[in-house]
Each structure stands twice: as C-alpha cells, then as structure tokens.
Design a protein around this ligand. Structure first.
Ligand code: ZN
Length: 887
C-alpha cells in the first residue's frame, strides 16, 4: 500500500473538517515581520507628510531670484529679532540689473520665506495687535500702502510686454447678517477699508477676467496675528514682487490682491469689497483665500468649489488637501469661518480655493501667534503653492479662468474627488469617472465573490462572509462604546481633556480600548460560528469588509459626498490583497480542489500587502485628522462634551483603519484573541491612569488655556463686574479662580467678591452675544474701592457717549424710530433691547415677535456713530402711559 499523498490527506481532512490538524504558524515571526513593515511605512509616511521646503533667503532689491535656501545664520538672526533697514528694502521693486539673469521659472521657485518673515515680523511685533477700531489697525494700513506705492506704475518685465500695477483704496460703510452656529448677528460697519492691488499687462483683455487673492491685515483681540493673517499678507506681497521683477512672465489675466482690513470683526471688509468695489469686483472669476489657524506643518486646502480650480491645485508643488475637509467644512459643524463665505455668498456662488496653515492651532487667536512660534518652512510651503496657482490661473495661456462661472447656491456642482498623498502627489478624479470606478469595483467584487462561492460550497462561504460583514458593522458600535467608556471615566475622574496636550495623546488613550473592542467582536463571532467554519473566518474577514465598504462607497456617492473615496480606499485595502491571495498566492484551481487545510486559506504575504494601505494612506489620514481636530477641542465652548467627540472620532478612524487586524484574530485563534484583549484592557487602564494623573498637565505653554475676561462698568448703578470663562470644557481650575480673585481685589484684604454662576441673563452680557450661547461665564461683582468710586463720580468720562431714540412716525400701534449711538472711545458697540421689530434698515428682515435683539457695530477709529432705523409694534397703552414711555 502506498503512502497517501499530501493532497489526499488534506482532502480527507476536509471531508471530516473537525479532524484536520491545525497547521503550526510562527506567530512571533509573522507578527514581528508585520510590525517592522508597518512601523517602517508609518515613519516614511510621517516623514513625507510633515516635510516642508527649505526657506529661501532674503532677496537683494535687484535680485530676480532668492539666492538660496536661508542659512542657519538668517534663521538665528530672525529669531534674535535683529533685522536691519537694508533687509526691509526687500520690497523695493527690482531694478533691471547690469547682468540680467534670465527668468527660468517656475514662478514658485522665486518665493522667499525670508522676505515674508520680514513682513510678518513687522506686522506682529513692530505694529502688534491690529484690532479694528485701534490706532495700530490704521498704522498697519498706512505701512502697507507705503510699501505698495513703491510698486505702483508700469514695470518693464518682458521684451514685448509690461506689467501694470494699480492701487485702489476703498473705505465705506455697510450692514450684513452673519450667522454663528444658527444665531444671527446683525452687523453694521463704519469706515471699513480695503487695499486692492491689480496686476495686469495693461490691456483691457487682461483686466476682464481676474483671479482674486485675499488675506486680512487686521488681527483679533487676543492676538498679534503673525500667522493669522500676517502670513497671507506677506505671501501676497511676494506675489507682487515676483510678478514685477525683470523677466517675470506676462500677466494674461488680472491678479487682484485684496488686503482686507476687517476679517476678525466678522468678515466686514470682504463684505464691503464684494458688495461695493465697483471697479474690480465684477471681474473676479475665482478667489484664492489665504488664512491661518495654526503655525506649523503643511498648508491645507480645506475648501474647493470648482473642478478647474482643483485641476490647477493638482499642479502645486506641495499639495495637501482632501475633499473630506470640504465635506466636513460645508456641513458647518466647526465653529470657524473665513472670508471665503463672503465671496461665495455675495459673489453669488463665486468659486474658489480656501487654504490655511493649520498645524499646532493651539496657538490660534492667542498672544502666542508670533513669528517665534512659526515653524521654519511653513510660509515657504504656502507661498510656493500660491505662486503656482497664480501661474496656472493668471499667466498660463491655457488658463481656465475666463471660462469659470459662479455656482449659485441652488445649483451645487458635483465636484471631483480629490486627495493628496504624502504631501507630494495629488489624486483628482472627475465625478463621473469616480462613479464609473466604484460601479466597476462593485461589479468586480460581485463576480469575484460568486466565483469563490461556487468553488467553496462546503463552507457556506456566502453566509460566513455575511457574518463577517455584520461583525464589522458591530465593530464600529463596540469601538464607539469602548472609547466613550474611557471618555466617561475621564469625566468621572474629574480630568476631562486630559488628552489635550498633544495631538497624538487621544490615539494613545482611546486607541487601546478600541482595539480591544474590535478583537472582542471577533471573539464573539468565533463563538457564533460552528467549529468547522471557524478557520474560514480569517478569509471572510477580508471579503466581509470589502462588501461593507462597497456598500458604504455606493451610499456616500449617492449622497454626493466626495469622501466616498475613503470607502473606496478601504474597500481596495481588503479586496486587492484577497484577489492577489486567491489568484496569485494560492491559485483558484487549488482552492476549487480543496488542496489545503481550512486554516491555510490566507497566505502570510497577503498580510504584508494588506498592511501597506493601512500604514500609508490610512496613517496619514489619521495623523492629519488628529492634528486638525484635537487643538480645536480647546475652543469649543463649555457645553460641548469634547471627550466623547474625540473618543468617537478616534473609534471610527481606528476601526476604519484596522485593516489586517481582524483577519489576524482568526489566524492565530481563540487563545491569542483572549490574551490580546487582556493585554489591551490592561494597557487601556494604564493609559487612563497615566493621563488622569495630575503630573500630566492638560494645558501648558504651547497648549494654552483660553480665558475670556469681560470687565464691565455699569455707569448707571456705579457697579463694577468682571465676568470670565474658559473656552473649553476642562475642569474648573481653583488656582485660576484664586489668582483672578487676587488680581481683582488687589490686596483689599477685607473685601469679598459675590459670585454669580448663571449671569447669562444679565443685561451686561448682551454685548457678548452670541458667545453667551456657548459659554458659562462666572460673574464677580467687584467691591467698592476708592479708585472705582472716584471713577464713578467722574461723570465726564463718558459724557460724549450718548444714545438717542428719535421718533420718526407713529401709526396703528407701530412706531418708526431712529436709534443713534454716539460712542467716542468705544470700539465695538452693541445695541440690545426687547422689541417686536417689524422692519429695519438691515439688509434682511428681522426675526418676528417680541424678543431680545442684539445689533452690533464695528467702526474704524474716529468713526463714532452707530445708527439704526426701525419700525416696531408698541403695545396699545392709554395715551397718557404712552406719553410716559416715550419720555
Ligand atoms: Zn484669519
């Protein structure tokens, strides 16, 4: 009798599935191999993602091209604040040289971060806080106009063309409605201003279709605005310098540089431009908005609203952006906004690109938004991208600019799917092609699954695969539950936001419980399936996931969400390895003839393939998302349960990117699942204990806590209040309370403060509307002091602040009045009153019914009158009483 062959033995084992012997797998060697590949890929991914271009040195006035990457000496002197006048001359237009260096292009090769830094430093440090209504706000504008005037006129840039630079100064009044998370703010502005530069080749043709670049010169109250938006201003100055230097290419389509001087006051200046700048506003075909809410890392394209602009962006040297950001931003969940909104709204769907520096946004809108905290290379990265866009859209003869048309709100275009890879490559797929791709993928998956089903009848492949699909859906639920349990524990322990100190902490804290939950679901699945089919769970983990993500991508595409591409990538991450496994590594023929034992169905190399998308695209997505979202959680207001928000986001991201982890569970069987869960739970506890320790500070120098203090003098009652709150939902800081008390009492030993923890209804809080809806301030009534008493007696101080209410007409229970507030010495005033307003002179109708109104004004220094005309319903009173109320 001959020995049965290996093949026969395995067939025998298959016919008696319980009798097959488990194949020994070198656990440790396999896992170490995967780990090494994974970690290597992750390191390469992070390295490429965060890599910034080397900053260029300061230009000599006449030098057409920045000499070289900035030297260490430049950097040192920059942070040593040793800038001299000679360097500041960088903004002189370049004179023709004796030896003219030929322009070689591309345009982006001429951007100098060192020049930009000079501007940023001047704005943030020499001028400082540029808040609308202050002298510094006007000083900045004067300085800018002075620089720009040096470029005004005609530049002999090319042999047969010239470059014309025109300067427009706009100042005006206006009114608009601005919504903050569903709360309308009615605004009137006075003396708002813009400086506009038009660069063209001097022909009318080149002025017909323009590209608008926008940045704001002003800064917000708590910030000197180095990155926000000194960076944008500095980049636009570089655009002007580069386009006017000898040899620069012809400007075929106008480039409009809008230096707007009122963004932080809620986008008044861009509103003024878009509604009133007759000479240029109607020539704008597309807008590129330059913003910053951070100080480090690559510049993010976070809104893009036209396919041709996305094509232009695809050619920038350092692309970083995804349609996901556009989807998230347009959903309005993030309380943050840019001038882009005004361009879209008042440009009737004007298309554009919205870009911002976003890394380390912990420092956004704080006193620490200064040059010293800006990462080297950030502005170079941003500037090169902007110059590249200018080249594609305004200089290139094949520019799509003249053909670009606005998209009114009612008719949203279907945008291409786009995403960047490693900050190096940009993938953009036209919407139609994307739809065809996912349809083809769905069909391919269908064919593949039926083929496998017919060759693997005896294991009930389809139903096993479906169980794996259901388990994946349950994994999302379990992952959310586990992460949220840790979030709840943090709150119980009194240490919410313990993960705030670094973008990666959230992953360390919430990652282990999520992984434990994922394995737990597979453990349960293992017990749900009869023993003979268990070995196949390893294989169906791939096919089950491919099915779920195919459904996901079809569904998201149906709802026109470009982010469907993530589902497609997730689908491919499972589908491609399994196809390679079956067609290449194992062979369909051998699968059909059951040539190997049930637990030999997936080749080890399939895992090495499966880990690639996970640790590259997936890992880059994870770090980019956390970089963006974690710092944001420190300024969400006091009511948002940010621990649960972050926990849920980490749960979804980790599950989406869990990749080969799930099939691995079944590869090594029950015991390894149990021990992994045990280890992960222990790690979760250790992490929770570690982050809950007082030794891990939630806030520090580079991750400051945001404290809002509101100092009120009630000139009627003579009382003084201080209301304060933090902008986050972390635990109340008793040390902070004590320090505030010390500062406010200033050693008045026997005085006490009265505390009020629900002052929202107090009339002096009206000036903070609508912030009061997101914050829980505490109000202190300050005790009388000699100083305050003296101030209260000095009635002359506010003598010129006057509110008058003049009746214009009265009829049928209505009155038309003009309210006039003269407010010298006050910058941003609010008129707050209860009334049933029927109509007013704001550009949109008032909310109906008797209610509290908050009308706001923002004025340039020296503009001191805020006027509103309105008609309101008055209660029908006896005429004597009416006469009283009128008085
Ligand atoms: Zn800004």
């Amino acid at each position: 009798m001959t020995e049965p062959s290996e093949y026969d033995r395995q067939r025998e084992a298959r016919s008696e599935p319980l009798a097959y012997t488990r194949t020994h797998k070198p656990h440790v060697r396999e896992l170490v191999g995967l780990l090494l590949v994974g970690v290597t890929l992750a390191c390469i991914t992070a390295g490429l993602h965060y890599r910034l271009p080397a900053p260029m040195a300061v230009t000599r006035p006449a030098a057409p091209r920045p000499a070289a990457p900035a030297s260490a000496a430049w950097y040192e002197s920059f942070f040593g604040h040793k800038l001299d006048a000679q360097r500041a001359q960088a903004y002189e237009p370049a004179q023709p040289l004796d030896e003219v260096l030929p322009y070689e292009g591309p345009l982006s090769a001429y951007f100098s971060e060192a020049n930009a830094m000079l501007t940023i430093q001047h704005l943030a440090e020499d001028i400082g806080y540029r808040v609308v209504g202050t002298q510094a706000h006007i000083d900045a504008e004067q300085w800018l106009l002075d620089i720009l005037r040096r470029f005004e006129g005609v530049h002999a840039t090319g042999p047969d063309y010239q470059t014309h630079v025109e300067i427009f100064y706009q100042q005006g009044d206006g009114a608009h409605r601005f919504d903050i998370l569903g709360h309308p703010v009615w605004k009137r502005y006075y003396g708002m201003s813009n400086v506009i530069v038009r660069i063209s080749d001097g022909t009318n043709a080149s002025r017909t279709d323009s590209l608008l670049l926008n940045a704001h010169l002003d800064s917000t109250l708590p910030s000197p605005g180095a990155a926000d938006d000194g960076a944008g201003v500095a980049i636009m100055l570089e655009v002007l310098r580069v386009l006017t230097m000898p040899g620069a290419p012809r400007v075929r389509h106008g480039v409009l540089l809008l230096f707007n001087n009122g963004e932080e006051s809620l986008q008044d200046a861009s509103h003024l431009y878009m509604t009133q700048h007759a000479p240029t506003k109607d020539t704008v075909r597309a807008v590129v908005n330059l913003e910053a809410c951070g100080v480090s890392g690559p510049t993010l394209l976070f809104q893009a609203t036209d396919a041709r602009l996305i094509e232009a962006y695809a050619r920038v040297p350092h692309p970083f952006g995804t349609v996901l950001a556009s989807d998230v931003f347009s959903s309005g969940v993030i309380m943050s906004d840019t001038d882009f909104r005004q361009f879209v709204e008042y440009g009737h769907g004007l298309p554009g690109l919205d870009m911002a520096i976003v890394g380390s946004s912990y420092l956004y809108h704080t006193r620490r938004d200064i040059p010293a905290y800006m990462e080297r290379g950030v502005v170079q990265h941003f500037g090169e991208n902007v110059l590249s866009l200018v080249e594609s859209l305004a200089l290139d003869p094949a520019s799509p600019l003249p053909a670009i048309r606005p998209w009114p709100y009612s008719f949203k275009p279907i945008l291409p799917v786009y995403f960047s890879v490693f900050g190096q490559w940009f993938v953009h797929i036209p919407a139609k092609l994307f739809k065809n791709m996912i349809t083809a993928l769905a069909v391919a998956l269908n064919f593949f699954l039926s083929a496998i089903n017919s060759s693997e009848r005896r294991v009930a492949f389809m139903s096993t695969s479906m169980l794996s699909s259901i388990a994946l859906v349950l994994s999302y639920v379990a992952a959310m539950a586990a992460a949220n349990a840790v979030a709840a524990a943090l709150r119980v322990l009194g240490t919410p936001l313990a993960w705030f100190g670094h973008e990666a902490y959230a992953a360390l804290l919430f990652g282990p419980p999520v992984l434990a939950a994922l394995i737990g679901v597979q453990l349960a699945l293992h017990h749900c399936v009869e023993a003979t089919r268990r070995p196949y769970l390893e294989y169906t983990a791939f096919t089950g996931a491919a099915v779920i993500y195919t459904l996901g991508m079809l569904l998201m595409n149906y709802f026109r969400l470009g982010s469907a591409y993530m589902m497609m990538l997730a689908m491919l991450a499972f589908f491609v390895p399994v196809v390679v496994n079956d067609l290449g590594l194992k062979g369909l023929g051998r699968i059909a003839t059951d040539a190997f034992a049930p637990d030999q169905r997936v080749h080890y190399a399939t895992y090495l393939l499966g880990i690639v998308p996970m640790m590259t695209l997936g890992y880059e997505g994870l770090i980019a998302f956390l970089d963006l979202i974690v710092p944001l959680m420190g300024r969400m207001g006091t009511d948002v349960p940010v621990d649960h928000v972050i926990a849920s986001l980490v749960a979804v991201l980790v599950t989406l990117n869990s990749g080969v982890l799930i099939p691995l569970c079944h590869r090594y069987g029950l015991r390894s699942m149990r021990s992994s869960i045990g280890a992960l739970l222990a790690l979760s506890m250790a992490m929770l204990a570690f982050f809950a320790l007082p030794a891990v500070p939630t806030f520090d120098d580079r991750h400051p806590r945001r404290l809002l203090v509101h100092h009120v003098e009630n000139v009627t009652s003579g009382e003084w209040h201080v209301a304060y709150t933090t902008l986050d939902s972390a635990a109340r800081d008793v040390a902070l309370d004590a320090r505030l008390r010390d500062v406010l009492l200033q050693g008045e030993a026997n005085s006490t403060l009265s505390w009020d923890h629900a002052p929202q209804v107090g009339p002096d809080m009206d000036v903070l509307f609508p912030l009061t809806h997101f914050l829980k301030p505490t109000r202190l009534t300050l005790p009388p002091s000699t100083e305050r008493a003296a101030a209260a007696r000095d009635s002359a101080r506010w003598r010129d602040v006057r509110l008058s209410c003049e009746e214009l007409s009265a009829a049928n229970g209505t009155r038309e009045v003009r309210m006039r507030l003269a407010h010298p010495g006050l910058a941003w005033s609010t008129l707050s009153f209860d009334a049933n307003v029927l109509s007013w002179d704001f550009p949109a109708t008032p909310p109906t019914g008797l209610q509290r109104h908050h009308l706001k004004d923002v004025s340039r220094l020296g503009h001191d009158v805020f006027e509103v005309r309105l008609t309101m319903r008055v209660p029908s009173l006896p005429s004597a009483a009416l006469a009283d109320t009128l008085a």
